[in-house]
Structures are given as C-alpha cells and as structure tokens.
Ligand binder design. Structure first.
Ligand code: AMP
Ligand code: GLY
Length: 431
C-alpha cells in the first residue's frame, strides 16, 4: 500500500505518522514534507500547490490513496484533477472546497440550510459597506472574500476600525481579488471550539472536539497566528451538544450542498463559537485543522486509513474510529518574531531527548534538513510538541517537560496552552 500526503506542516507530519503506523504498514510519501517526515516517509521535492508536479508524480506512481492537507490545492481543483486520472483522493472537489474558499458561498449555504451562524451582509462596494455599517454599528467582524491565509478577518470594536477594514479590503485590495466582495458579520461572543467530521458524501463521523489558540502571546494577547497550540477534548463542548452539532451544523450543510449538486467527501471542519450551548458556525474549512489535528490524531485508538479510504468509497461507518480516553495537548514552538518577520536556518537541538519521553510526540512544521542532515528552522511555526496524558493537566505537564530540552535561537511558545479548559472542571484550585 502506497500513500501520498500533500503538504509540509505539522498537520501533515501528524497525518503521515498516523498513516505510517497503520496495521497495514503502508509506504508513505510526503510532498514536500519536512525534516520530521523524513524519519517515517519519503519526501518528494514537489510543493503542495504544484498541481502539475503532483498530478505527474501520482499519475506515474499510482498511490493507493492521496491525502491532501492544505486548502489551497483543494480550492484549486487538485482532487478533481487526480480523480479524473482514476486516483483515490481524500479531500473535497473544487466545488465543495468553496465552503472554505469563498466566505460568501459559505454564508449563503449556511443561511439557506438554517445553520446557526452570525447574521451577515455581503457587500460589493464601499458605499454599500459604509451604509450597512452605519445601520448596524460596532462591534462587527469584516471578512474578505476568498482565501487570505487566515488574515482576512477584522474584529472591529469601533466604526473607525470597521471603515479601515473595508478600505484595506476593498480599496487597497490587500488580499488582491479577494477584495471585490466582503462580508460584514455580527460579532459573536462565547468560547470557540473546533469540530472536524469525516464525510463520505453522506455519512458523517464527527471526530473529538478540540480548541485552537490563535493569538501569539499568553492570555490571548497579541496578533492572530495560524495557531499556537491546541488541545483535545475541549470541555466547552459538553456531551449533550453532540446531537445538535451533528444535525444543525453538518447534516443541514450537507443537505444544502446536495441540493446544489455538490457531493462533499473528505473532512469538514466547523469553527464554532459556543454560547449558551448554541453551536454558531464562524467558518467552515475543507481540510484538517492545524494544529488541531496534532492534538486529535494521537487520541485515535483505531487505524485511520480504513476510515479515510471509506470516505473516498462512500462506505464510512461510525464504528471505524475508536478513541482513547487520554487527553492530548500540542504546543507550537515558533520562530522569534512570528507572525511577523523571522530568521530561518537556525539549528534545532534536543529533539531526540524530547521524542524519547513517554507519551510525547514531536511533530515538525517549519523545519528542514540542512546539507549535513541537521534539522534547522524553515518557517514561522517550527515544531508541535505534543503529549498525551490520562487527563488534560497530565498532558499539559508532559508537553511542557518535553519542550524543556528543545532549543533553537529565539524560540517562542505560549505557556498557557490548555489552561482555558480548566475553568470548565468543577475542581477547586486547592483540591
Ligand atoms: P475565521 O477565519 O472566520 O474563523 O475567523 C478567524 C477568527 O476571528 C475566529 O477564530 C474568531 O476568533 C474570530 N471571528 C470570526 N468571526 C467572528 C464573529 N462573527 N464573531 C466573533 N469573532 C469572530
Ligand atoms: N487552526 C485553524 C485552522 O486550521 O484553520
């Protein structure tokens, strides 16, 4: 069995690790992978957005499954192209990937389907935008249409902030073509959680809940990042909420997509804002979350490969994914300066000592091997130091113990990953 994982971040290292450890022991290839994936897979010198290169390699090497990590190649039609060549792809078609690729499409689907979500207006020019802003008043959230690498969302506390956001998106066009339309959305309060579901076109198998930490500094301070850490499960999602999440979020969305002639296969990620147990959808993503995946996959007791293959074949069943009771925490070690400018090529020490610790997995993100075979930094988010434990506190302790021996110049990480979960446990601090 041969599997190709497309992408080169921590999410893809975690996917390659889980698939490589499948009881069928498949050969895993990563395009392009990172320093960490070289230990479990063969890295290919093909970028995740090089559709021609990926199609040529897959056409010649005929992997049994291709798992696509990032959104950009899916939104560009990678799955359609590979399927036309008779290959099996875990990941949605270009039409289905619009659920992430177009904020307007996504909101229209949610509204037509009756999915709980913030009220919003699509605006196509600045006059219309400013008129609407005056009508609703702050706080509002302004979102650029189209993929903006997580940077197209402005939380606006004042009218001046909102006007500035509209100017950046629609006049300065800082997101390029994504600036021709924008969404002005109601500001929702609550606590965020991510729910990912495997989908085979019809059957929905929800994965364990998780929570990302988007701000760069402790206590949710500083600018937004791609995610500074995650933990699973997220206790803000209580057991009694699952039936509503299944029906109101996933089943309604899939039914509306079907009505539009779109079949969804792959993983659908719902970013929720939970208040009073209502699962309001902030966004849908057409792929696994990063870094949520790094905190979810180590909790899966069963093989993952049969479930992914069943998504492609339309034979997914609930009992295909079994869970460990353990909690999991993944802490991102990032380059100094991230999410702004940062240095690259800095040697990373202590990886072996960390990786040997019980219950610890060090997933690589922005790393590569230099000419001497030494792991060096090559991106903003460098490592995902991940630990499981019998409860969340135990997992948190282990993850931070594992970080201690790892060194690279100017490394930064949050010291409070998972801490938010504690307020949901009815355990007094002194107990
Ligand atoms: P998105 O890319 O749509 O998930 O937005 C990025 C982040 O902005 C989310 O994770 C939330 O923290 C925040 N956000 C997005 N939409 C809203 C909203 N309607 N109300 C409050 N916060 C929001
Ligand atoms: N963790 C946020 C995302 O994957 O979009």
């Amino acid at each position: 069995m041969k599997i190709l994982v497309v992408g080169g971040g921590g999410r893809e290292h975690a996917l390659a690790w889980k698939l490589r450890n499948d009881s069928s022991r498949p050969d895993v290839f990563c395009a392009p992978g990172n320093a960490g994936t070289t230990a479990i897979a063969a890295n290919l010198d093909i970028g995740a957005e090089d559709l021609d290169g990926l199609a040529a390699w897959a056409g010649g090497n005929r992997p049994d499954l291709i798992v696509v990590g990032p959104e950009a190649p899916l939104c560009a039609g990678l799955a359609d192209r590979l399927e036309e060549d008779g290959l099996r792809v875990f990941g949605p078609s270009k039409a289905a990937a619009q659920i992430e690729g177009s904020k307007v499409f996504s909101k229209q689907v949610m509204e037509a389907a009756g999915v709980p979500t913030g009220r919003a207006r699509v605006v196509t020019d600045t006059r219309e935008a400013l008129d609407y802003l005056r009508k609703v008043g702050p706080p509002v959230v302004v979102k650029a249409e189209g993929l903006a690498a997580g940077k197209g969302v402005y939380i606006c506390a004042s009218m001046a902030d909102a006007e500035q956001a509209i100017r950046e998106i629609m006049v300065k066009k800082v997101f390029g073509a994504a600036g021709s339309r924008a969404l002005i959305e109601e500001f929702l309060r609550g606590e965020e959680a991510s729910i990912l579901a495997l989908i085979d076109g019809r059957t929905v198998v929800m994965l364990a809940s998780s929570q990302d930490h988007k701000r760069v500094f402790d206590n949710d301070q500083g600018p937004n990042t791609g995610g500074m850490g995650a933990y699973s499960p997220a206790p803000v999602v209580t057991d009694d909420m699952w039936p509503a999440i299944r029906e109101q979020v996933f089943e309604r969305t899939l039914a509306e997509l079907r009505r539009r002639g779109i079949v969804y296969k792959g993983v659908l990620y719902a970013g929720l804002m939970i208040a009073g147990k209502v699962p309001n959808v902030l966004e849908f993503n057409c792929r696994f979350g990063d870094p949520e995946t790094q905190a979810i996959l180590p909790r899966i007791a069963s093989d993952l490969l049969p479930a992914l293959l069943s998504c492609v074949d339309g034979t997914l069943r609930e009992d295909m994914v079994r869970w460990r009771k353990d909690a999991c925490v993944s802490v991102v070690m990032a380059s100094g300066g991230y999410p702004g400018a940062y240095a690259k090529g800095l040697p990373i020490e202590g990886l072996d000592a960390a990786g040997r610790m019980e219950g610890v997995l060090v997933f690589h993100a922005g790393t590569k091997l230099d000419a001497r075979g030494q792991a060096v930094t090559s991106g903003g988010r460098v490592l995902n130091v991940t630990a499981t434990g019998s409860n969340l506190d135990a997992a948190i302790r282990r993850a931070y113990l594992a970080i201690a021996p790892i060194r690279f110049d100017q490394a930064q990480y949050r010291t409070d990953i998972g801490a938010k979960a504690r307020r949901h446990y009815a355990v007094p601090d002194t107990a």
